[in-house]
Design a protein around this ligand. Sequence first.
Ligand code: UDX
Length: 462
Amino acid sequence: MQIAVVGSGYVGLVAAVCFAEMGHDVICVDNDESKVAALQGGDTLIHEEHLPELLNRYRNTKVRFMTDLAEATRESEALFIAVGTPQSDTGDADLSYVEAVASEIARSITSYKVIVEKSTVPVYTNEWIRRTMERNGVERGMFDVVSNPEFLREGTAVVDFLHPDRIVVGADSERASTILGAIYEPLTSGEYYKKTDAVAGCCSTASPPPLLNTSTKSAEIIKHASNAFLALKISFINAVSNLCEAADANVEQVARGMGLDSRIGPRFLRPGVGYGGSCFPKDVAAFRSVAEQLGIDFSLLTEVEKINVRQKKRFVSKVRSTLWTLRGKKLAVLGLAFKGGTDDIRDSPAIDLIEMLIAEGCSITAFDPAAMKRAAEKLPAGPNLKYAEDAYAAAENADALLILTDWQEFAHLDLPRLNTALQYPIMIDGRNLYDPDTMAEQGFTYISVGRPAGVAAVSKST
Ligand code: UDX
């Protein structure tokens, strides 16, 4: 099938190459000429596993990149809108990019199209797209609007797309849901997983992903409700971790005990420095705002946000109480991305924490395996902030080392080497990557989240 994907961000680009991998012909449209040129030349623009291979395999053949939405509209049967829906000042999703795309599609339409919302949008967006089309003179029978939310995570985006837990298709017309069914058929029939070079993941020919047909509005709500629920799970365990600290219990044991209940499940129960990224903070705010506009009191979501903000402040207090005072302290920071496996720093708790610690008078040397370039654009190096070439260089002569992002490589550091590099062997781990007893044996004072501290019997003499 000929598909157009509008927008070449995380969702758009991954969807475009994955649709090609599933056998479709794809036009990926972006109005940023430099991005289009970079993608045509094979630059993925984002750090994402499997993306370079897939882009190389399909670029300029099964995936064509262009700026011309009118041409893409004429050539394609289904148009996936995957443009940004940033947070506005009021917390609402700003839908102006979605509206602009719908208007342009309306101006170029010559035959029946399915317009698919792939971006995360509030309920009723499908109706606004429909009205926009009609206001621009397009007859009702010439198009359908479908909601097909995307649940991929950064860092595992390609695998998540090709091996989804579920595919949600919200369509109010038979014709549109049949087209979407055909687009996803390679996955839902299990055919894709027979390919010898299929990207590996949890789905298989014997166990293909389910496709759930819903109304358009239900699909829109499924996406917001899923992200808000996951954020709630994280805030819940963060609140429990604070309780564990007060009661001298261990949150890892508590989370394990809770997660073994199949009604709760073990995932997204990792406490830390709060959730971040381009989705959870924005989507919780947008969902809260949708509820308000519909006259529904959903103040639970306000609490989820408050706990998330408090978790960062609490971490700064933890650093202060470990080091006594903060002014003039030299800190090593490991991690800038909002989570491991990505170079994305949007709404990263690590960035917020660095800003808070610098405001308290600390000087920081930071390292991240992938996000330093992006971080330096937002927080340029200066007298109080340096970027190091690895974890050990960051630790050199620091008063303490902080772990702020859950990169796998930070869980396997050479501890004796780190101990030697640090001025004082103090680690404050916002991601619980180490076992407190092991750290104590290795001579560290080790503070983490929701667990008793590890305290070295004998600290190194300096
Ligand atoms: C999220 C959703 O998971 C995905 O389905 C949706 O499509 C987009 O938003 P993503 O933003 O890529 O994906 O990251 P995710 O892995 O969900 O993590 C979000 C944040 O929560 C990160 O800051 C992460 O560190 C934090 N987190 C996650 C925790 O603090 N604890 C956990 O147990 C899980």
